[in-house]
Design a protein. Sequence first.
Length: 118
Amino acid sequence: MPNFQRLFSAAFCSAACFLIVGCSTMTTLRLSGTPGASFTGHYRTQTSSFDLSGALPLVVEVPSSSLQEWEFRKSDPRSTLWLEMLHGSTRILEGTAGPGTLGLKAQKEGGWHLQIIQ
């Protein structure tokens, strides 16, 4: 998917979640790492699931109360994927999937828990 379409899709999904859930503090997922490295992933809210794919970097915003889990995998295990998760301006999670790992995932079960996918 071209970069413009990927960004438009992520923005549309974020806007749709915002309209469904209402006004609340946003959670921001910032993905970066090896410039241009490709990835696949998804995130799930209380009402929907969204698939994403493309090249780094990427920023996704979701209403905080609705986000339940996310997972992002690198297409090339030699690349690096870095993810920062913010609630408003407060960092909740930060993780790096370095060379030799497959990606990162987190779930909101009694608090956010980050896992590096081996």
